[in-house]
Design a protein around this ligand. Structure first.
Ligand SMILES: [Zn+2]
Ligand SMILES: [Zn+2]
Length: 327
């Protein structure tokens, strides 16, 4: 942490927030109901959520069957799987933060079904569900949606989390994430919001200024294992965090949001605790956290803020979306 540097002079590029008013429906949006996609397929007039196979998948049946073996020490294996898109709403101009709690709950059920269906396939080792939000993280279409990569390999961060969790369980008999939750509760300063069954906090080890973890309080390897009540309370906590994000600078708040769920390769993941991570790239309204020498070059994150003060900032914000209040 180098929080004393937060206000250092800056004369480089600043980001302009997206404040333009968008319409409900856009005729050339490939995600809006009734529109044709690049594959020629036409979207149905879906009333709420809509799932389809990505027309330009990063992993898909058309990929080369066997890659050419590399020279020397290098190894490769074909990456196979299924890539899907999940539309959150038929409305082009909504964001996840603006959906009702019950609509977010419905979306969580869709994610549950996708994890069970895709993770149940013998060739699938892991299901990565994630949303990229905002032009700043490379999203050109604002229609609210996320992506699913169900692959024959486990993504690196999940593999590391799974291995660390399992080692902690063997060495201590405890779930690592429960120890994290206990420390956060004991300290208390970084908890943003909680109800009986779910919690949101900026972890002590956060890399980004507003990096928030949202999780059920009980340990489950995946979202699919949550009870109805846990899903409802998780939806409420997620909604609260997203609304606070938007209220922070009264603009749609960009982020990368992965669901961290246990792999589905059939191994033992009793120590894995499902959680949602939110990685917002902005540290000030118009200022990106640049990854440079320390991060890319050295492999350590240099944070210009402390998680304690950022969590307090979020904690103190209203939990009603600014678009739903009078200016
Ligand atoms: Zn659209
Ligand atoms: Zn994680």
């Amino acid at each position: 942490m180098a929080a004393h540097r937060q206000d250092r002079p800056w004369s480089g590029q600043t980001m302009r927030p997206q404040v333009e008013m968008l319409p409900d429906y856009v005729s050339d949006c490939y995600l809006c109901p009734g529109n044709a996609r690049v594959s020629g397929a036409r979207n149905p007039e879906y009333p709420q959520t809509f799932v389809f196979d990505n027309d330009l998948p990063c992993v898909g049946p058309e990929a080369p069957a066997e890659p050419r073996p590399p020279v020397g020490i290098y190894r490769n294996l074909p990456a196979r799987g299924v890539a899907r898109v999940v539309c959150y709403s038929p409305r082009h101009n909504l964001t996840l933060a603006e959906l009702d709690r019950s609509e977010i709950e419905t979306l969580l059920h869709v994610w549950q079904d996708q994890y069970v269906e895709l993770g149940g396939r013998p060739e699938i080792a892991h299901v990565l569900i994630f949303e990229n939000k905002g032009e700043i993280v490379g999203v050109s279409n604002p229609h609210p949606h996320c992506q699913i990569y169900a692959t024959n390999f486990v993504f690196k961060t999940i593999e590391t989390e799974a291995r660390a969790s399992q080692r902690h369980l063997v060495e201590t008999g405890r779930v690592l994430f429960q120890d994290v939750l206990a420390a956060e509760r004991q300290d208390g300063r970084r908890i943003i919001y909680e109800n009986e069954l779910a919690i949101a906090f900026i972890p002590y080890f956060a890399r980004y200024a507003y990096e928030v973890f949202v999780a059920p309080k009980a340990t489950h390897p995946s979202l699919a294992a949550l009870s109805e009540n846990e899903v409802r309370e998780l939806a409420a906590v997620l909604k609260c965090v997203l609304v606070k994000f938007d209220n922070l600078w009264r603009m749609p708040f960009p982020y990368v949001m992965p669901l961290h769920q246990a792999p589905t390769d059939g191994r033992d993941y009793a120590g894995f605790h499902f959680h949602i991570e939110l990685h917002p790239p902005l540290r000030k309204p118009n200022l990106l956290k640049y990854l440079a020498g320390p991060e890319i070059g050295g492999g350590n994150f240099l944070s210009d803020t402390t998680p304690d003060e950022k969590a307090e900032e979020l904690h103190n914000l209203p939990d009603v979306h600014y678009k739903q209040t009078r200016p």
